[in-house]
Design a binder for this molecule. Structure first.
Ligand code: SAH
Length: 341
């Protein structure tokens, strides 16, 4: 099998070229073709000799993903892609237009093993991790297809990024490299359902990205009912990891809280949440839960959400209600991939 050249860091590519008896500076040129110009074939690398190109061709593949389906929201230009990978698996990405530019939401795994019971991504279980090149390709292909510059990334698609730690870190370093698309870490958010061991590992990487935590409940009783990960690391352990993370990185943490009618949206829940987050450098994002065909959750109504946010604010917790984009194209949470099966 040929090697996946787009998953190699610049240093790795250099060593491989040296092994092939080539000058290491060629690696820099090849890297630019792959990651700045996003070419899909060695033939397009016009400053690389024919010999080297055919040698590369023999040993490497430039893996990419192909657009299987593309949906454009009539309300807000949100674009949802269903991409097909080399081995036939399907993944999803969403591009959203904001005042400050284009944001892409990328997937990190095919399926998910976390099993949160309001989420469509894990219903069919976990299939495999995405490689760095497969995470990068979502951005390269969407950017080419839309002819826009994507400036922000959220790792909030299908999968648990901290459950695919090494590939995700490699992806983050490559996408923020000046020899690639050079997207600044401050424009990148990574969301986790609360893999505490991964939060500590991420802390050591000292990246200036924004960490989002899918909290969704103010206490263990509710959280364990909806999110199995809470049985492994409970809220106290999770929040203490978050406090350490803030201390180490000086970055504000963002807590995601999907409002589910009758489950986690009472005034008592709001008070409990406020008391747990008190004094933390954080922000709470309230998201009316999306209904998923296979689940019977309903979103909280407007009055409930207003009352909830007022309690948070009165207690000094920064909070906003997330605007939902692409509601006509099932723009969230593994719904498109499910629909294809
Ligand atoms: N596994 C990571 C990354 C996925 S991010 C994580 O859990 O954070 C996707 C976000 O959408 C998470 O916050 C997830 O909890 C949330 N989500 C999943 N299903 C949802 C639904 N039906 N409605 C609203 N948000 C949902």
């Amino acid at each position: 099998m040929k090697k996946d050249i787009k998953s190699l860091s610049l240093d790795e590519l250099k060593s491989e070229l040296i092994e092939m008896g080539e000058k290491p500076f060629k690696a820099g040129q090849i890297y630019l073709w792959l990651h700045k110009h996003n070419v899909d074939s060695f033939d397009e690398m016009t400053n690389i000799s024919k010999d080297l190109r055919s040698n590369l061709e023999k040993n490497y593949d430039i893996y990419t993903c192909t657009i299987e389906k593309k949906l454009v929201s009539v309300y807000d230009d949100t674009v949802k892609y269903l991409f097909r990978l080399n081995d036939g698996e399907l993944i999803e990405s969403v591009v959203m237009k904001y005042k400050y530019g284009y944001t892409i939401c990328v997937s990190s795994q095919v399926g998910c093993r976390m099993g949160c019971n309001f989420c469509a991504s894990g219903i069919a279980g976990f299939i495999r991790n995405l490689t760095p090149s497969e995470i990068l390709s979502q951005i390269y292909v969407a950017q080419k297809d839309l002819s826009v510059r994507i400036s922000h990334i959220v790792m909030m698609g299908v999968g648990e990024p901290l459950d695919n730690f090494d590939n995700v870190i490699k992806f983050l370093r490559m996408i923020s490299d000046e020899n690639g698309l050079n997207i600044g870490m401050r424009n990148i958010s990574l969301s986790t359902c609360g893999v505490v061991s991964g939060i500590y590992k991420l802390m050591e990487e000292k990246l200036q990205l924004t960490l989002s935590i899918s909290l969704h409940a103010p206490n263990d009783e509710i959280r364990s009912r909806t999110m199995p990960v809470n049985n492994k690391w409970n809220i106290d352990e999770l929040l203490s990891a978050c406090r350490d993370y803030i201390k180490e990185t000086n970055r504000r943490i963002s807590f995601e809280y999907a409002m589910i009618s009758g489950v986690n949206d009472s005034d008592a829940c709001a008070k409990e949440l406020a008391s747990r987050l008190k004094g933390m450098l954080c922000h709470v994002n309230l998201i009316p839960v999306n209904s998923v065909k296979e689940r019977d959750y309903r979103k909280s109504n407007k009055e409930r959400i207003v009352s909830f946010i007022k309690i948070l604010e009165k207690n000094g917790i920064n909070a906003t209600v997330r605007r939902t984009l692409g509601s006509d194209i099932n723009a969230s949470c593994g719904q498109l991939r499910r629909g294809e099966k």
